[in-house]
Ligand binder design. Structure first.
Ligand SMILES: [Zn+2]
Length: 292
């Protein structure tokens, strides 16, 4: 009788665990997405990130360890829009059979002309309104993969989305208080196209949409001319890139250093930009302060 009691208790506890919802194994392609998944998913997700803090998502080279991590994931979250050129091969090679979520789904994109080709700008998260859309897409995907926790995910997702929308409004007021002629800065690569359109700031950058591209001597000379003509006074480092090229160009124009921006990689945990929200707030404040 006692023995039966133990068995029944065991069976009940197994049933309870099954009904209680699982912790989803999620792999995010880069650190900003990893943080959005954590904010929305809370205790219901275990997040691993392929391109970590201070890492360049354009030029990433996956290791066999990354591939093994992908093969065990329930959900993989990527930006899409051509950011992760290394991903398709990796997904195929890893034998991943879970759900692939494209966080940028439904975003209004824009294109740029680069070396005679029309290229979609992948850096959509640098507009906070788009970031809120990313969070919505991620929330919907997590709810689908873990329906038992849908109510919890809805609560944490909505709270987080509201915070991003509030920050978006705050960013607009920060920049609208600054005269348009002063809202011009120099950075390393074209990561701020969506930021530029959302908040009315002009960015010049010697490297194109992907940090892989290298400008010619003639393009650099042209850029120096343009910086002087446009009266660009400040330049910024990007945490995930070597600043030598932009520093060299800046020094030829007299532009002053404005600090470091986090356009596509978080800082290490404990740093000034270790969440998406903190990175955006830091970028907005640093850029706005440089114009005052
Ligand atoms: Zn980039």
């Amino acid at each position: 009788m006692k023995r039966n009691g133990v068995i029944i208790a065991l069976a009940l506890s197994v049933m309870a665990q099954n009904a209680m919802a699982k912790t989803l194994n999620v792999v995010a392609s880069f650190s900003i997405l990893g943080d959005i998944v954590e904010q929305v998913g809370g205790d219901h997700v275990n997040v691993n990130t392929l391109v970590g803090p201070d890492g360049d998502p354009h030029t990433f080279e996956p290791s066999p360890k990354d591939s093994a991590m992908l093969s065990k994931a329930d959900v993989v979250v990527v930006n899409g829009l051509g950011l992760e050129g290394w991903l398709d091969r990796m997904v195929k090679a890893s034998g991943f059979h879970g759900t692939l979520v494209v966080a940028s789904d439904g975003i209004k994109t824009h294109t740029l002309e680069e070396d005679g080709k029309t290229v979609t700008d992948p850096h959509a998260w640098n507009n906070m309104a788009n970031g809120a859309r990313y969070a919505q897409n991620i929330q919907a995907a997590l709810e689908k993969a873990d329906p038992e926790d849908a109510a919890d995910l809805k609560t944490s997702g909505s709270r987080y989305i509201a915070q991003l929308q509030q920050l978006d409004g705050w960013a607009k007021t920060q920049f609208s208080a600054i005269p348009q002629a002063k809202r011009k800065v120099l950075t390393s690569h074209d990561a701020f196209g969506y930021f530029s359109r959302a908040y009315g700031v002009t960015f010049l950058a010697p490297q194109g949409l992907s940090s892989e591209s290298e400008p010619s001597a003639a393009q650099i000379a042209q850029m120096i001319k343009q910086i002087k003509a446009d009266g660009v006074k400040v330049w910024f480092m990007e945490n995930q890139l070597d600043p030598r090229l932009v520093r060299q160009i800046a020094s030829a124009t007299g532009a002053q250093p404005g600090g470091e921006l986090y356009p596509e990689a978080l800082s290490a945990p404990g740093g000034v930009a270790d969440t998406y929200e903190k990175a955006m707030r830091h970028n907005i404040e640093t850029i706005a302060n440089s114009m005052k």
